[in-house]
Design a protein. Structure first.
Length: 47
């Protein structure tokens, strides 16, 4: 399976969706990333 790269804008959009009313589980399933990847994005951008 090919590894997909997401742009900074895509990552920021996904994290913004999670901050608003959208449930976190829906966000990472909709964009097609694993739960671990999503939380790694949150962790890396919060630091």
């Amino acid at each position: 399976m090919k590894k997909t790269r997401y742009t900074g804008k895509e990552v920021a959009f996904a994290l913004k969706q999670a901050e608003t009313s959208t449930r976190v589980g829906e966000v990472f399933r909709k964009i097609g990333v694993s739960e671990a990847t999503f939380y790694n994005w949150q962790k890396s951008l919060a630091a």
